[in-house]
Design a protein around this ligand. Structure first.
Ligand code: AMP
Ligand code: FE
Ligand code: FE
Ligand code: ZN
Length: 288
């Protein structure tokens, strides 16, 4: 059966693969389509689009937006947002600026703790517009301050540790409306990782289009449960591996897949949304 993986990251956020490596790995896993869903970024799209075209597979453009609902961090997958939409572009820049400020805050805290890791050393490791804690962790390891990434998170970067800094996030309902205004499809990523279904149910009422029911970290029981919930609400069902490359051993890409018809449904919804936006935004025809 023809399959797609609708959740993957590259080194344009916290993955290790380049877009070309991601596309090649998708072919190796015999996927027909792969989505690029870097955190708060679409920087990798042009190269991913080109790599997929060259290899004859379908590219699904996406991004995983950081949002918040009731103090929980909610990841929202935006599929097919218009990359030229001004408000969407400005929002991504705002996310990226906040992420950069956050790296300054974390390296500042590390320096206060006597660890002379500079912002520039993290920026060199991150080398993208959407830096995050994994880049700080990798820089701590590369410069000999920690044994490994896990050590870096446990000692300094986890929420209750001394170099943690809060992350900028917009409210989930705002994020959904933003995705819609940009002609995209809004999908709740990995609801199982929230560990609180009451929050999931609230988010489902905010105008979402779909739910990522199948995910590497969802058990078979959770997948069934979320599929039932999504279908009951008439929402799209999606799935993906959330591959971050070779960060943690064997790449996950292709380990969670969905049929191509599900991808068609997502793309069709995005297309009809763009069409109706165009209809409502175009000036009224003047009849004489
Ligand atoms: P951020 O978005 O900057 O807060 O970073 C979140 C990222 O850190 C997620 O992609 C996680 O996979 C990663 N992460 C969280 N805990 C750890 C850990 N102990 N070791 C490695 N990566 C981690
Ligand atoms: Fe990530
Ligand atoms: Fe996520
Ligand atoms: Zn992800």
């Amino acid at each position: 059966m023809l399959q797609a993986d609708l959740h993957a990251h590259t080194y344009f956020s916290d993955g290790t693969f380049s877009p070309e490596e991601l596309a090649e790995y998708a072919v190796k896993m015999e996927l027909q389509a792969v989505a690029l869903t870097d955190h708060d970024s679409i920087e990798g799209w042009p190269r991913m689009e080109q790599a997929c075209a060259k290899l004859g597979i379908r590219f699904v453009p996406g991004s995983e937006l950081t949002s918040q609902w009731r103090s929980k961090e909610i990841h929202l997958l935006a599929y097919y947002p218009d990359p030229t939409h001004q408000e969407f572009r400005e929002s991504l820049l705002k996310f990226q600026d906040a992420r950069t400020q956050r790296i300054h805050a974390m390296t500042g805290k590390l320096q206060e703790l006597g660890i002379p890791l500079s912002f520039e050393q993290v920026a060199e490791v991150a080398n993208c517009n959407s830096p995050g804690r994994p880049h700080v962790a990798r820089a701590l390891v590369e410069h000999g301050f920690c044994r490994n990434m896990d050590d870096a998170f446990k000692k300094y970067l986890k929420k209750d540790r001394p170099a943690w800094a809060p992350k900028f996030r917009i409210k989930a309902d705002e994020a959904i409306r933003l995705i819609h205004r940009a002609g995209g499809v809004a999908v709740l990523a990995h609801p199982g990782l929230l560990n609180q279904d009451s929050v999931v149910h609230e988010i489902l009422e905010l105008g979402l289009d779909g739910v990522e029911c199948d995910h590497s970290r969802h058990s078979e029981m959770e997948r069934r449960k979320y599929r039932q919930i999504a279908e009951g609400k008439g929402l799209l069902v999606t799935g993906g591996s959330d591959c971050h490359g070779r960060n943690k051993g064997e790449p996950l890409l292709g380990k969670v897949t969905v049929p191509m018809e599900w991808v068609d449904r997502v793309e069709n919804l995005a297309q009809s949304r763009k069409k109706s936006l165009l209809d409502t935004n175009s000036p009224e025809q003047i009849t004489t």
